[in-house]
Write a protein that binds this ligand. Structure first.
Ligand code: AMP
Length: 216
């Protein structure tokens, strides 16, 4: 199954994509994670995108398409994929449409107030990228990843100022994608307006809707 997860920063894209992917046997591909790896390893791409990412802006489409095309060369995408955080502009969606088909687009709809609270309290494992939340998805031991024991840190772009910028970028550049995919009949809306709902409560709703999806 070939899926895209759309939603504002903090809507839970990464959290749900990492849970749905093993359930349907496809890899989860986060372009944000790939870029963070480039930053960590100080690659040529990393140097090019550092200031853009830290300010909450979007990396240029050509750079994004380069890493996406590269990722699609790996064997594990033969059964499908979940893209999380890609596409983010109409241009990326159109380019992507030339390379591969998509079976469905999961659109996570979450009120802005919940998003802001969630992002300011989000923590990620520096080592394996697992996501926690000091309010709602606490690690067993403070500051330590449950999965690998790595240190939990706050992303540089999870400060209030950058979050507001990222939400504006989302409204301007990514929201038009919802119309684009809705016109193609691909959108599955998942509304989550309960700030206390755990991923385990929301996940079955997503999996249930995916049962009816025809793969191309
Ligand atoms: P994310 O982890 O998905 O929130 O992405 C973090 C940052 O990586 C974004 O704020 C952008 O700077 C960059 N990024 C990730 N995916 C894309 C994309 N598809 N297009 C442009 N920039 C991206």
């Amino acid at each position: 199954m070939k899926l895209i997860f759309l939603g504002a920063p903090g809507s839970g894209k990464g959290t749900y994509a990492t849970r749905v992917a093993p359930a349907i046997g496809v890899p989860q591909i986060s372009t944000g994670d790939i870029f963070r790896e480039h930053l960590k390893n100080n690659t040529e791409i990393g140097k090019k995108i550092k200031s853009i990412m830290e300010s909450g802006n979007l990396v240029p489409d050509e750079v994004v398409m380069e890493i996406v095309k590269d990722r699609l060369k790996k064997d594990d995408v033969k059964k499908g994929f979940i893209f999380d955080g890609f596409p983010r502009t109409l241009e990326q969606a159109e380019e992507f449409g030339k390379i591969t088909s998509v079976d469905a687009v999961v659109n996570l709809v979450v009120p802005e107030k919940i998003i802001i609270d969630r992002l300011t309290s989000r923590r990620v494992c520096e080592k394996c990228g697992s996501i926690f939340n000091i309010m709602s998805m606490k690690p067993k031991e403070e500051g330590k990843c449950d999965k690998c024991g790595g240190k939990l840190i706050q992303r540089k772009d999870d400060t209030l100022e950058v979050i507001m910028d990222r939400l504006n970028v989302y409204k301007k550049q990514t929201q038009p994608l919802i119309d684009y995919y809705r016109k193609k009949g691909l959108i599955i809306d998942i509304v989550n307006d309960n700030p206390n709902a755990s991923p385990e409560q929301v996940l079955p709703r997503i999996l249930e809707k995916l049962k009816n999806i025809q793969t191309k």
